[in-house]
Design a protein around this ligand. Structure first.
Ligand code: SF4
Length: 350
């Protein structure tokens, strides 16, 4: 009978991509790579891993960093709450353990931003703990190979797949095994157009035999997509521009954007100018609209932002003062971290 664990182990040795985090047993660096690679493709995450591990070679170095520096280095990677949680965790770790990053599952799982998956990955790779990881790649591989249609986003699905992954675990080499499972899912048993033709598991793969490959894994629900309409006010004067640091409870926390009027749908110039929140920002100053951009669609995981940039000119009076906004010299914009939507606009318009 086919032993998928052995076959995947062999496949991994022959096919694994060489990655810097695969040559270390340092739990801090493994954690760093895991945080960066959540919801991010390896090729996109790699330069960020290199930047972060060079700038902050130990957890104590990261803990001592300013939040703005960390956000700036993270710019362009998205899902910014990861960066904030990462910094908070680094500070907690340093307070409790100094320069030592924990490597055992029970300690790791108590840290902010570290769930079962990350705790299993770190403890198995850094400390050889027999903990099986189940990430998206592993769900896909297991559901197809065993032909399982239990939805993976339900409690029953999570239990079933975790138990299966645990049964398959190579207890002698849990770290290698886990990485092999994830790499196999990423490269061979891919979400679209999986490599069934060249797959060493093909002869025993239930989904392939039953023609269900494209239908697995099953998810019970699709998240509702929220559409939001952002009208950014670009206020510039004598080489300076207004920025706003985004607050808590919404996307892009701690990043910078422009003064914003959010509306429930698209608005034209008359509609925008008559709004109270727009007038509140302008404080009754005379202005003219210098430029209005086309609508840019920016897609996030559960939201689509429809953004429009309104550049305003103030012919007779300085730009109004306003609490909560910063006036920044355009030459110094480099040191602020922006969401991609804003950095794209700045690249094309500044
Ligand atoms: S045969 Fe296809 S579906 Fe089955 S494990 Fe291999 S790549 Fe995945």
């Amino acid at each position: 009978m086919m032993d998928p664990t052995k076959i995947i182990g062999k496949w991994y040795q022959a096919n694994k991509r060489e990655m810097p985090w695969r040559t270390t047993k340092d739990p801090y660096l493994i954690w760093l790579s895991e945080v960066i690679l959540q919801q991010t493709r390896v090729q996109q995450g790699l330069p960020y891993y290199l930047k972060f591990s060079a700038a902050y070679p130990s957890v104590a170095d990261l803990a001592a960093a300013e939040e703005d520096q960390v956000m700036k280095l993270w710019q362009g990677l998205g899902y910014y709450s990861r960066a904030r949680n990462m910094l908070a965790t680094a500070r907690t770790v340093t307070r409790q353990w100094g320069r030592e990053f924990p490597s055992d599952y029970e300690t790791l799982i108590q840290l902010k931003g570290i769930g079962e998956y990350t705790a299993s990955a770190i403890s198995s790779i850094a400390a050889n703990e027999p903990r099986a990881v189940v990430d998206g790649n592993v769900y896909r591989l297991l559901s197809r190979y065993f032909g399982l249609s239990t939805p993976i986003d339900t409690a029953a699905g999570k239990r079933e797949f975790a138990s299966l992954a645990h049964d398959l675990l190579d207890r002698q080499r849990p770290g290698e095994h886990n990485q092999g499972m994830m790499e196999f899912g990423a490269l061979q048993c891919r979400p679209v157009r999986p490599g069934c033709d060249t797959c060493p598991l093909a002869s025993a793969c239930v989904a392939l035999r039953e023609g269900n490959v494209e239908r697995l894994p099953v998810k019970s629900s699709r998240p509702r997509i929220r559409h939001r309409y952002f009208n950014y006010l670009v206020l510039r004067e004598n080489g300076r521009i207004w920025l706003k640091r985004r607050g808590t409870g919404d996307i892009w926390q701690s990043l910078y954007d422009f003064p914003l009027v959010e509306t429930s749908g698209p608005v034209d110039e008359a509609g925008l100018l008559s709004r109270d929140d727009f007038r509140e920002i302008l404080k009754g100053k005379l202005f003219s609209v210098k430029y209005v951009s086309k609508v840019t669609k920016h897609v996030l995981s559960h939201q689509v932002i429809h953004a429009r940039f309104w550049e305003l000119r103030f012919p007779h009076a300085p730009v109004p003062e306003h609490n909560g906004f910063l006036r920044v010299e355009e030459q110094k914009m480099e040191s602020y971290a922006f969401p991609k939507l804003i950095s794209n606009y700045l690249e094309n318009n500044l």
